[in-house]
Design a protein around this ligand. Structure first.
Ligand code: C5P
Length: 221
């Protein structure tokens, strides 16, 4: 496809899960594979962009021709996202960031006690994509919404609440697509339109998404 679509543009992409430490050997995380974010990063490079891929821990090799910054926690991911953000034209948040982290990280391994119930205290993590979209000189900002019901209405309210330019909405109740799968199907939701991209490989979908994002970005004032 048209390799000049994003030439001269800088794209930041978050991908994969975050890990929120409890102690030196334990953490809270999720099953995100990072495949969608990595496929988007590859498609953006193929479209001529300079790409910074900000990745949580995943089992994927560093793709060629891009900068990969590896992080663990949501707080690390936010710092990596803000580093050099002034040069970023398009920010795509594909990471499955942990909503909460333990209030404190124990310096030593937590010990098993006599009690049957153990309670964990958690504190809300920063919202990375909303923090980027709140910047005075914000890049064109794209978020994802994984929902099991009312896909479009939740996506629209997320678009407003986080001040995003585009939401990639994903129905995760459908088997065989989304989380940890090789295929996906999404609906693109902007302020004034919705566009369905039917089920295909994450690689194919990533090229289609990058093309749509580039078109909207180039049309934006
Ligand atoms: O609010 P929710 O987690 O459903 O929003 C999903 C979108 O927000 C995704 O694009 C995700 O990468 C981003 N997000 C983020 N930081 C968070 C939580 C979500 O960037 N702490």
């Amino acid at each position: 496809f048209d390799t000049g679509l994003l030439s001269g543009k800088t794209v930041f992409i978050t991908a994969g899960p975050t890990r929120e430490a409890l102690d030196p050997v334990r953490y809270i995380s999720n099953h995100s594979s990072g495949k969608m974010g990595y496929a988007l990063a590859q498609a953006a490079v193929d479209a001529g962009a300079r790409v910074k891929l900000i990745s949580g821990p995943v089992n994927l090799p560093a793709p060629p021709r891009m900068e990969r910054v590896q992080v663990q926690s949501a707080q690390d991911m936010l710092a990596a996202a803000m580093d050099g953000i002034d040069s970023c034209d398009i920010f795509i948040a594909a990471a499955a960031v942990a909503d909460y982290r333990p209030t404190a990280v124990s310096e030593h391994k937590l010990k098993k006690g006599a009690e049957e119930i153990m309670e964990l205290r958690l504190v809300k993590n920063p919202d990375i994509v909303a923090s980027v979209a709140a910047l005075p000189r914000k890049p064109f900002t794209v978020g994802f919404a994984a929902e099991t019901r009312d896909l479009l209405s939740y996506a629209r309210s997320k678009l407003e609440r986080k001040n995003l330019d585009l939401i990639v909405a994903n129905d995760v109740s459908q088997p065989g697509i989304g989380f940890n799968s090789d295929e996906n199907a999404v609906t693109l939701v902007s302020r004034d339109a919705a566009l369905v991209l039917p089920q295909t490989s994450k690689r194919q979908l990533a090229s289609q998404l990058i093309r749509q994002i580039a078109e909207l970005y180039n049309r934006a004032p």
